[in-house]
Design a protein around this ligand. Structure first.
Ligand code: NAP
Length: 309
């Protein structure tokens, strides 16, 4: 069945695009791997989304966005998009493992995935002491000692969340100053459970059935030391989840989707929004802003193409 607008990805960008395209009268289908919400749904509390002075739970916010989009007629399918192609006659065909969907316009809201450290032990202990989401796995570490790797907003926000459960947090950062927003830096610096290993990188994650230590290399001295920990939470940044788009549209050298101000990608009829787009600030609010623009222009493109029905 032909749709006016297909949206790949159900994070805040995809959901905002859906609200705007459905309200513009476009028959819209959103495809997501696990159901709407994206990375934002895994955030315990979002403090910088305007309108919520006390903050709002990530899942609560994205559930409300999905409900709002469905109210205007959005349909949602689960599926892991493997490829995208033009045609067969007009528009585009998106293929998941097992199904295919057609749309006159496509909004790519495919978000990002966690960067791995690529050190020995990381894959071996994945889910058995190595984690990438504190909101999901933090409660398993009540009264335990955990290492948190990274110095950005995610690392500090998630370390603060972990400090509710863990007895001790050791932050391992490759430089001598944090990248995170000042308010988060102040909070972690004054948290009595937090300790810091500066200029340090994880050389290896050690254990038997599960993690029991990390080997740390000091980048200044080159010395290594072993620290007993029960778990390692890695927040080394994000990579755009755009592998399936390689060769189809223009991506920058890091794999982010290049768009113009109207969220048009390099192929007419393809739009992009959210974390997968090349842009200077990746936040829920900017994903929603992109999504609104992409939704409006994708719906307009479908209308000019003669709509699906
Ligand atoms: P990020 O800002 O890219 O920070 C990644 C951190 O990991 C940096 O401190 C980086 O070190 C470190 N790192 C990178 N590669 C590493 C490696 N191989 N080994 C060890 N450390 C490594 O990523 P993020 O914190 O996930 O945030 C992603 C985006 O989401 C950002 O735009 C962020 O502002 C946003 N975000 C915002 C909020 C909020 O507003 N509350 C919360 C979460 C995320 P260097 O500092 O040396 O580069």
């Amino acid at each position: 069945m032909m749709h006016d607008v297909l949206i790949i990805g159900g994070g805040p960008g995809g959901l905002a695009a859906a609200i705007y395209s459905t309200r513009a009268g476009a028959k819209t289908l959103l495809i997501d791997r696990v159901g709407p919400g994206g990375q934002a749904a895994m955030t315990e509390k979002i403090e910088n989304y305007p309108g919520f002075p006390q903050g709002i739970g990530g899942l609560e916010l994205t559930d409300a966005m999905a409900e709002q989009a469905k109210k205007f007629g959005l349909k949602i399918e689960s599926g892991d998009v493997a490829s995208i192609a033009r045609g067969p006659e007009r528009g585009f065909t998106i293929t998941t493992r097992g199904e295919s969907f057609q749309g006159l316009a496509v909004v790519l809201a495919c978000g990002s995935v966690h960067k791995h450290l690529g050190v020995p032990g990381e894959d071996k202990f994945f889910g058995r002491g190595v984690h990438y989401c504190a909101t999901c796995d933090g409660p398993f570490y009540k009264n335990k000692h955990v290492a948190v790797v990274g110095g950005g907003d995610s690392a500090i926000e998630e370390a603060l969340f972990l400090s509710k459960f863990a007895s001790k947090i050791t932050l391992v950062h490759r430089r001598d100053s944090l990248r995170a927003t000042r308010i988060l830096q102040d909070r972690i610096q004054s948290n009595p459970k937090a300790g810091f290993l500066w200029n340090s990188e994880v050389a290896e994650i050690l254990g038997e059935n599960s993690v029991n230590a990390v080997k740390i290399k000091n980048r200044a001295s080159g010395e290594t030391s072993v620290h007993a920990v029960d778990g390692v939470f890695v927040f080394a940044g994000l990579l755009p989840d755009t592998g399936f788009l390689r060769g189809f549209i223009e991506l920058d050298k890091d794999g982010y989707i290049v768009t113009d101000d109207e969220m048009r990608a390099s192929v007419p009829g393809i739009f992009a929004c959210g974390d997968a787009r090349k842009k200077p600030l990746r936040q829920v609010i900017t994903a929603c802003g992109d999504g609104a623009v992409a939704g409006v222009f994708a719906a307009r493109f479908a209308e000019e193409a003669g709509r699906s029905t």
